[in-house]
Design a protein around this ligand. Structure first.
Ligand code: PLP
Length: 264
């Protein structure tokens, strides 16, 4: 169990009005930033999905984001998925929203895993999340595929690519990505929906954009042989405008919606 989970009850459903309106303001301001970035890049309005990165946030905080219009969330840790799943399901059901559908829409909440997944946690998350964005090896994809097939479902997966080359980051090597994508796309039990990356941790716009542009080029190349491979999950609080300019279809935003994290 991660230590911060001892300090915060992630299944808590009640938050005060001030906190709820702070979160709603965060959602609206990020939606506005995305709309501006889409327009600046000459992309159609609504071409980028906003995924709320909900690590360390409780059910009440997440529902405030959903009430403000969020229909796609992403968790990092299987333990957090487990701690919040029942509360989210019930609160969503009370609002006529099903946790189903890979990207979400009015009556559906898309639920992704965006953090590292160990093999022994796959079954825990497969009953809840629809898409696993953080697949970075054939072995992990095979294990997800086997367990999904046993449940009679197909799990959406994104191949995570370490475009920045930073050692602290997960993701496969860019040079291996095309072959890995082809192997994953051949598995029964998973559907390769696209590619994911975490932007370089630097201040240099050109460096950050180069990684995003490379991922987009890879996606464009793969699409002719893997038609399902359409999504590009890239861009977070500090680099979402660059990511949208480079073709992102999913931006994953935590801090700009919920405020700074009290726990890492
Ligand atoms: C935490 C996290 C995010 C969101 O980060 P912010 O900087 O808070 O917007 C996005 N993607 C992944 C994989 C994360 O772990």
């Amino acid at each position: 169990m991660t230590a911060y989970m001892d300090h915060k009850d992630l299944s808590n459903r009640t938050i005060d009005d001030a906190r709820a309106s702070q979160i709603a303001d965060g959602v609206h301001s990020v939606q506005e930033q995305i709309a501006q970035a889409e327009a600046a890049a000459g992309r159609p309005a609504g071409s980028v999905h906003l995924l709320a990165a909900t690590k360390t946030r409780d059910v009440g905080e997440i529902m405030a984001a959903i009430d403000a219009g969020i229909r796609l969330i992403g968790e990092n840790r299987p333990q957090e998925v487990e701690a919040k799943a029942d509360g989210l399901r019930e609160e969503c059901a009370a609002r006529g929203i099903d946790i189903a559908g890979s990207l979400g829409d009015g009556a559906h909440l898309g639920f992704h895993l965006i953090g590292q997944l160990q093999a022994n946690k796959i079954n825990k998350v497969l009953g809840v999340v629809d898409t696993i964005e953080s697949v970075d090896s054939l072995k992990l994809a095979q294990r997800i595929a086997t367990r999904a097939a046993a449940r009679g479902i197909t799990a959406g997966v994104l191949l995570e690519v370490n475009e920045s080359g930073e050692e602290s980051k997960s993701g496969c090597e860019p040079a291996e990505a095309a072959e890995l994508a082809a192997q994953i796309a051949d598995l029964d039990g998973v559907r390769l929906d696209g590619l994911m990356t975490i932007g370089a941790h630097v201040d240099d716009e050109a460096v950050i954009r180069r990684g995003f542009a490379h991922l987009r080029g890879l996606r464009d190349e793969l699409q002719s042989s893997i038609p399902t491979c359409t999504q590009l999950s890239m861009g977070m609080t500090h680099d979402l405008a660059y990511a949208v300019a480079e073709g992102s279809t999913i931006v994953r935003v935590g801090t700009a919606i919920f405020g700074p994290r009290a726990f890492i």
